[in-house]
Design a protein. Sequence first.
Length: 264
Amino acid sequence: MNALTVLATGGEEFKAPGPELFDFPPLFAGGPEWLTKPVVFSVVGTLLVCVLFWMAFAKPKLVPRGLQNIGEIGYMFVRDEIARPFLGKNTDRWMPMLMSLFFLIWFWNIFAVVPIIQFPVASHIAFPVVLAVFVYIVKVYLGFKHQGPVKYFTNMIPKGLPLPVYILLVPIEYLSTFILAPFTHAVRLFANMFAGHTILAFFSLVGFWFIFEKPTALGFGVGVVGVIVTILLTALELLIQFLQAFLFAMLAAMYIQSGLEADH
């Protein structure tokens, strides 16, 4: 029984869902604390991505059919809309990583509206942080490898500016590149999934509680409004789930390119 069900049936007064929605105990008594529902479904999402694309491309045909059609559409979307605008000639080399990031995050997000699961994995900050740190390490490694340890830092600063400008620009540029960029990369995904799941839980609980717990004429009307808003917000959330996967992968492509070549 999840936290939303407990809230809906556990008292006479309506109580809005809060942080308890994201608090999951171990899957079984005496089990390790890290083995929770989000961890399990993060693995499930990873396996689904692997199985989907293995089935799509294990035996590719000249005229694609079935899953191969879906796989090729997904590949072309990531290549043309995410990788190629930033990576250019380096696109093909980085497609496996960008494909994996985009579809993994998208699957994790979609779990929020899948019956029984009903939880976006990326709404737990640890998962976006791991992915963002991974992208950050790749970016810095590529910068050191392709530009050199010294030039990687100096290439971040535009040339030919007045000396006093550098006093302000240098710390801002380094702070933005090495602290703010990976932080916002992770938090943007986390915050959108956290907020979206909380709002959906609130309105779905309003619908359930006022229809079944407070079946008065006024309460029933409020409950119906809650159900309608939940349906509309679910459609909006599906779009946001896609966009957040797109933005995360797009920023990853941009960061990779900044490591391969100097921005300025």
